[in-house]
Design a protein around this ligand. Structure first.
Ligand SMILES: NC(=O)c1ccc[n+]([C@@H]2O[C@H](COP(=O)([O-])OP(=O)(O)OC[C@H]3O[C@@H](n4cnc5c(N)ncnc54)[C@H](OP(=O)(O)O)[C@@H]3O)[C@@H](O)[C@H]2O)c1
Length: 241
């Protein structure tokens, strides 16, 4: 039987790179995003959906539940916003929570039973270094990525001895369309902090058995120190930035 990888947000950036590398590993692909014309460029089964809309998530979830060949799910679709919660438009904030949180739970729940039944499978939840941070201007983003980490940890506990793995992939700044969509100037952050999307995805796929994958030694070193600090001190330091 063919093994299928489902990738959300495959029309650009990390998702498109997951599609390229998983295709190279022999997976058949089911790729999901809103932009049909971008998905059409990928040799795969296409599923056009806005995953911040409950009915569209439900339609995809029901389809996934009806099949028995899904061996990987990459919950990758995501976006960022800028600005204080009280001052920015409400809808993108709500959509971010629905996309990063609710779609991830629903799609994961859709594929887990078949993976557990087969004793094989992998869930990759694309989180972020931001999941370990709290930041003014990025309240929802940091909160939803912290949720992604907590969700992945809980699942890791439940999936012991099932043959199914779960990973929280936590990249730092990565060259994709993410910052263009957010309207953020990449030049604000030093070049040495930026990662290549191909490298990030390789790190993920070569370490599927690891719960946390933090690509790049600079981010590994930073988080090793940062996460040792007490929460009050981290918040004080964030408040001074
Ligand atoms: N780039 C970074 O610096 C960075 C760092 C850490 C974590 N991440 C995370 O990496 C993941 C991928 O982002 P990226 O950097 O690859 O950004 P990207 O190049 O902008 O790609 C985002 C993908 O998500 C899809 N998407 C966005 N909203 C969607 C929706 N409502 N429904 C369905 N698909 C949707 C987009 O497709 P359509 O527009 O066609 O729908 C696109 O394929 C995100 O979860 C992001 O938080 C990125």
């Amino acid at each position: 039987m063919q093994k299928v990888a489902v990738i959300t947000g495959a029309s650009a950036g990390l998702g498109a790179e997951f599609a390229r590398q998983l295709h190279g590993m022999g997976y058949a692909l089911l790729v999901v995003a809103r932009r049909a014309e971008r998905l059409a460029e990928i040799d795969a089964e296409h599923w056009v959906a806005d995953l911040s809309v409950e009915q569209e998530v439900e339609r995809l979830a029901a389809h996934l539940e009806s099949r028995d060949d899904v061996r990987m799910l990459v919950n990758n679709a995501g976006f960022g916003t800028q600005g204080h919660l009280a001052e920015t438009a409400l809808e993108p904030q709500m959509a971010m929570h629905r996309l990063h949180v609710l779609a991830t739970v629903r799609l994961t729940r859709a594929v887990l039973p078949q993976m557990i039944r087969r004793g094989a499978g992998a869930i990759v939840n694309v989180s972020s270094v931001a999941g370990f941070a709290r930041s003014a201007n990025n309240v929802s983003y940091c909160a939803t990525k912290a949720w992604t980490n907590a969700f992945s940890e809980g699942l890791w506990l439940e999936l012991q001895r099932t043959g199914v793995t779960v990973q929280a992939l936590c990249p730092g700044f990565t060259y994709t369309e993410f910052h263009d969509v957010m309207g953020s100037d990449r030049a604000k952050h030093p070049r040495w902090l930026w990662l290549d999307a191909g490298f990030v995805v390789r790190e993920s796929l070569q370490n599927l058995e690891k719960l946390y994958v933090i690509p790049g030694w600079k981010y590994k070193a930073f988080l090793a120190l940062w996460t040792k600090l007490p929460a009050w001190l981290r918040l004080r330091m964030e408040a001074r930035r």
